[in-house]
Design a protein around this ligand. Structure first.
Ligand SMILES: *[C@@H]1O[C@H](CO)[C@@H](O)[C@H](O)[C@H]1NC(C)=O
Ligand SMILES: *[C@@H]1O[C@H](CO)[C@@H](O)[C@H](O)[C@H]1NC(C)=O
Ligand SMILES: *[C@@H]1O[C@H](CO)[C@@H](O)[C@H](O)[C@H]1NC(C)=O
Length: 329
């Protein structure tokens, strides 16, 4: 299909380029058993201490170990709002090796052998997405929502370049408690992600990034009034995080489609409109290369959406200048 088009659909958002009928995947090796654990902490003092260590090591841990860090607001026994932290984690190895690795690199988390569950990697994908341990693999074939409750949600994203101070975390927790139903999840980067050039694929958030930050707000009330209130709270939380996250551009993750960061009307300003969200999702060089590929394979912009890759007229001066830009990838 052409190297450039293949490059574009492996990270540029398939919806801008066509319909993929089949894909051949090159698998990576995983051991027959992996180890899963998820620890929860509810003392705010302990959470601050553990988070402090997490920010220092999460992107530098053994490449076979992935430790996510999520924060929720819960009601404590007195009915007051308090923070709960969870650490859902996956290790490509057995319990013995994991516990000894954690004793050395992250003793603050206090992992015990009894917290660990060994299973096949396929089964771990179910547990990791919220199914109970022991769920039959057939669940992977189910296309219905796993929760019985029909929940509404709003998701936003950020990229974290530097650790957040203990004082910073205290104020973030305070802000979370002032708002409705806010969750924050930090997914560590580093490892294999750092070994790939930011131009090798459209996804550019590689070396220099500590974590991907996900804002989640869930609600059950129906109607647009409730929705607007919860969505507004997510925006306020995102705004509050400004000093802690990436800037110029404030980067975002394509898979958490967020119309707050720009909308394309697919008219004559579509390049300028696309650039607003495009540089956040792909950064400038990759965005411009996506526009070039798009202009060649879909000049009529048939595959369009509110945040698609825009098309430029082939005789447009911008395309000429983009074509002259040397790309390193
Ligand atoms: C916490 O308490 C408040 C006020 O009583 C209630 O509205 C809210 O639903 C509770 N939240 C949870 C997660 O239980
Ligand atoms: C719970 O909240 C009440 C009212 O704001 C406050 O007086 C009380 O000290 C809080 N209790 C705890 C354990 O934080
Ligand atoms: C755990 O894995 C290590 C490293 O692969 C291996 O040396 C050890 O024998 C394993 N232990 C058990 C109990 O399987």
């Amino acid at each position: 299909m052409g190297e450039d088009l293949f490059w574009a659909i492996t990270g540029g958002g398939g919806a801008s380029f066509g319909v993929v009928l089949s894909f051949l995947f090159k698998l990576v090796h995983v051991p027959p058993k992996v180890t899963y654990f998820s620890l929860e902490k509810t003392s705010e003092e302990e959470i601050i201490n553990v988070a402090d260590k997490w920010f220092q090591i999460a992107d530098k841990l053994d490449p076979d170990l992935f430790i996510r860090m999520g924060f929720n607001v819960i009601n404590n026994t007195e009915g007051n709002k308090t923070i709960s932290a969870t650490f859902p984690s996956l290790f490509l190895g057995n319990t013995t090796s994991l516990v000894s690795l954690m004793d050395k690199s992250f003793p603050e988390l206090g992992l015990q052998e009894s917290d660990c569950v060994e299973m096949s990697w396929v089964d771990s994908t179910l547990v990791y997405s919220g199914f109970p341990v022991g769920t039959p693999r057939e669940a992977l074939l189910s296309r219905s929502q796993q929760s019985e409750r029909q929940q509404n949600f709003k998701i936003k994203s950020d990229f974290l370049k530097n650790p957040i101070s203990n004082q910073g975390m205290k104020s973030i927790f305070k802000r979370m408690k002032e708002l409705r139903s806010q969750s924050l999840t930090f997914s560590p980067l580093g490892g294999r992600m750092n070994e790939i050039s930011e131009f090798a694929k459209p996804f550019p958030h590689r070396e220099g990034n500590l974590a991907l930050l996900q804002y989640q707000t869930y609600w059950e009330e129906s109607g647009t009034e409730a929705a607007n209130e919860y969505i507004e709270d997510t925006r306020l939380m995102h705004e509050y995080m400004t000093p802690y996250v990436s800037k110029n551009p404030r980067e975002a993750f394509l898979n958490y489609r967020d119309l707050d960061i720009g909308v394309n009307h697919n008219g004559k300003n579509s390049y300028e409109e696309g650039k607003v969200y495009g540089v956040k999702y792909w950064k400038e060089v990759n965005f411009n290369k996506l526009v070039m590929v798009k202009s060649r394979v879909d000049p009529g912009n048939f595959f369009r959406n509110e945040q698609g890759v825009p098309t430029l007229e082939s005789d447009d001066l911008l395309v000429k200048s983009l074509l002259d830009t040397p790309y390193i990838y």
